[in-house]
Design a protein around this ligand. Structure first.
Ligand code: NDP
Length: 502
């Protein structure tokens, strides 16, 4: 009898340990496998669509998009079908380089050099060693953070190069010449990385010394879904000379986020090279986005408590988001302004600055407040705040920023996104032959006002949807984690994002 009980006990302990490394899977998100497949193959196409349809060859958007019928109505060569003709016209209007032109050796080598540079700075510059949050399997992982100093050094070198060579500095000309090819390389890298971490996740073993574990939402058994959402929680790899790299935190903060800022600066250099001046709109976009990125580098350790680090596995969703979506989609406004300069004037600039300042204040104050309460609860700046203590021991603030709405930080973040888009005003331009100077081309807004709004204001809309969806995901996570305590918290703080409204 007692032997049987011991066996049962051992079985239970084994099952518990297995549950920790491979926790019970929960339901699908993002529309399940079909949603994951559509996102994984649709978003790269969306990136190319933005890159080609808003261009420096014929306009933003390409003229035929405004009157698609003309594409088919034009006289055809006897050997052409209507579709072939339309494809040919569109290909000329967008500067289509052909399938093989989407990738070049130069583009690949330049992109890989950027990853190499990021790795070298990560490994060689002094860093802060920080412990992550408590893992489900017990213990904490160590992280190495030095993205702020890495960004400062990179920006210093870029500033020195620009000072010496102006807009002809090779980094800027390389980026502007190879934009599409750099985009392709990063898309390929994100697919390859997602596949690598997916396959490697099958080597996660119970009770492993490296503290590897699977993400709760990442092992449904459906290959596409798990590959997309991320199967392993904290995949790490050891690279000779560079040491151990935490893939998720590295990709989250380094190549893509700093890459976004570098793309903005390349577009600024291009505007200067083309027009001989930099507009207030370009400065506004680059400074607002620069502050956002530098803030993230400066507060790098605060990513440790974010959902991406604590809950989501690393799969295509984060790989593509970090390496492609953030740098290439978030920089669309600066790219637009590099071809079509917009002058705002002092009043409009001031209004946009006020929106950016307000958004940043709410974003930073709320995120810092939560971070301080979690890491240094006796700090006088948060000692007066009220909270409920949950059964897990975690504290949920019910006064201060987090007493106003359950994700007030998202509201600040969304306001900041306005300041990235508004400087493009009623966007739209076309590129025509100059009548006065034969052989040269002119960028004009005539008849195009507002036509490029779907491109330059896309970010505000997309980001709003992302934050609404993210709030629901986080809510679900907290409800699972805190149960009744979360319900009590929701009664005390009824609004989700906008106090008094939503
Ligand atoms: P948050 O910083 O909003 O943190 C949510 C977590 O905070 C919850 O899961 C819970 O974690 C804890 N929490 C919830 N309510 C309370 C409370 N009342 N008191 C104390 N702790 C609480 O998570 P995100 O990772 O979503 O966002 C971080 C920042 O990053 C945001 O400002 C967001 O806007 C930004 N962001 C930017 C993106 C971009 O592309 N630019 C994309 C995504 C996010 P616990 O389990 O520890 O209790």
């Amino acid at each position: 009898m007692s032997t049987r009980r011991t066996v049962d006990k051992a079985k239970n302990a084994g099952a518990e340990a297995a549950e920790l490394v491979k926790p019970a899977a929960h339901g699908y998100e993002f529309g399940g496998p079909i949603g994951a497949a559509l996102i994984s193959f649709g978003l790269p196409i969306a990136c190319y669509a933005f890159a080609f349809l808003c261009n420096d060859v014929t306009g933003c958007p390409a003229p035929s998009l405004l009157s698609p019928r003309k594409l088919f109505n034009a006289p055809l060569l006897s050997t052409q079908s209507g579709w072939q003709h339309a494809r040919g016209v569109l290909a000329r209007e967008v500067g289509w380089p052909g399938w093989t032109g989407l990738v070049t050796v130069e583009g690949v080598l330049g992109s890989l050099a950027w990853y190499g540079w990021s790795l070298a700075l990560y490994a060689m510059l002094p860093a802060e060693e920080v412990e992550g949050t408590e893992l489900r399997t017990g213990g904490r992982l160590k992280y190495r953070f030095n993205s702020f100093i890495s960004a400062c050094l990179t920006l210093f070198i870029l500033a020195a190069g620009s000072f010496a060579l102006g807009p002809e500095f090779q980094v800027w000309t390389f980026i502007n010449r190879n934009y599409i090819q750099i985009l392709t390389t990063n898309i390929v890298i994100s697919y390859a990385l997602a596949t690598y971490v997916y396959l490697r996740s099958f080597t996660v073993k119970q009770g492993n010394a490296e503290r590897r574990e699977l993400a709760a939402g990442g092992h449904s058994g459906n290959i596409i879904y798990d590959w997309y959402i991320g199967r392993e929680l904290n995949p790490r790899v050891t690279i000779p000379y560079f040491g151990e790299i935490d893939i998720k935190s590295f990709m989250e903060v380094r190549p893509g986020l700093l890459g976004w800022l570098v793309l903005d600066l390349a577009f600024m250099a291009r505007q200067y090279g083309s027009y001989g001046y930099i507009t207030d709109s370009m400065l506004m976009v680059t400074i607002a986005q620069g502050i956002y990125a530098m803030d993230c580098f400066y507060n790098e350790s605060s990513i440790l408590t974010q959902m991406d680090l604590t809950t989501d596995g690393f799969g295509f969703m984060l790989a593509f988001g970090d390496l492609v979506w953030v740098p290439f989609i978030y920089s669309l406004q600066a790219r637009y302004l590099s071809v079509h300069p917009v002058i705002l004037g002092p009043w409009y600039s001031f209004a946009i600055l006020a929106i950016a300042g307000f958004g940043y204040y709410v974003f930073r104050a709320s995120n810092s407040e939560k971070n301080t309460v979690r890491t240094d609860p006796n700090n006088p700046s948060v000692a007066h705040l009220k909270y409920i203590t949950t059964h897990t021991g975690s504290k949920l603030l019910i006064t201060g920023w987090w007493g106003r709405a359950r994700h007030i930080n998202y509201l600040g973040d969304w306001f900041m996104s306005w300041s990235y888009c508004l400087p493009t005003l009623l966007s739209g331009y076309r590129i025509v032959d100059s009548v006065l100077t034969p052989g040269s081309r002119l960028v004009t807004r005539d008849g195009m006002e507002g036509a490029a709004i779907p491109v330059t204001y896309f970010f505000m809309l997309y980001f709003g949807v992302l934050l609404l969806h993210r709030e629901r995901r986080d809510e679900l996570k907290c409800r699972r984690k805190y149960g009744k305590d979360w319900e009590d918290y929701c009664k005390k703080v009824p609004y989700r994002i906008i106090p008094g409204i939503y």
